[in-house]
Design a protein around this ligand. Structure first.
Ligand code: GRF
Length: 197
């Protein structure tokens, strides 16, 4: 079955691009139905347009987060998406959205969770002095960077690392990991669901 994805991204969009590339190379049996962003200047929007993926910019109001989420739900449901991919989406989703799509939202985080949750995970790892960090893809629950972990990749930390060099080394693994995690999700959650019906 071709899994239908909706991607939420706020910025550069390199994870989104990596997923898209693996679909185009027939390595991942999926289709990206919509790219939604809260940032009208997100590079992710440009990448999507260049690849004929429908794009949606929804302004984000911190004082009315549900408004953004309701609009996103309308779009996602209009394409009957199976799974929502957070790829550098820099907003925290409310329990309204998370409950609506229970077990159907994935996030990537640049650390080996449960270590270094929240912002600047790579900097947190450097400051702590860990020798190994990495990236994790997990199912989104109501708590930030929490929820069942689907897949992880480890990355060494070198003595001369800067936040930039470490982030770059982790990012290369993120691009591989997200595709792996979507395949794992499909086996575990979507195939399972199908067998029950
Ligand atoms: C990645 O490091 C991801 O782990 C974090 O935000 C960054 C997004 O990068 N959640 P990109 O927009 O996918 O290039």
């Amino acid at each position: 079955m071709t899994i239908k994805l909706a991607v939420l991204a706020s910025g550069r969009g390199s994870n989104f691009q990596a997923i898209l590339q693996s679909i185009l190379k027939n390595e991942l049996d999926a289709t990206i139905k919509a790219l939604i962003s809260d940032n009208k200047d997100a590079k992710a929007l440009t990448i999507a347009k260049e690849n004929n993926i429908p794009t949606f910019y929804i302004p984000y109001d911190k004082n009315n987060r549900i408004e953004f989420e309701k609009k996103a739900i309308e779009i996602i449901d209009s394409y009957s998406c199976d799974l929502i991919i957070l790829a550098g989406f820099m907003r925290i989703l409310t329990s309204f959205f998370v409950k609506y799509y229970e077990n159907k939202i994935l996030n990537i985080h640049p650390s080996l969770l449960p270590a270094f949750k929240g912002l600047d995970a790579q900097k947190q790892a450097l400051l702590y002095g860990v020798k190994i960090t990495g990236c994790s893809v997990h199912i989104v629950t109501e708590n930030l960077d929490d929820g069942p972990i689907l897949a992880q990749r480890a990355v060494p930390v070198y003595d001369n690392d800067t936040v930039e060099s470490l982030s770059q080394r982790i990012l290369e693994q993120e691009h591989i990991l997200y595709v792996e995690a979507i395949k794992i999700y499909e086996k575990k959650y979507i195939d399972g669901r199908r067998q029950k019906t």
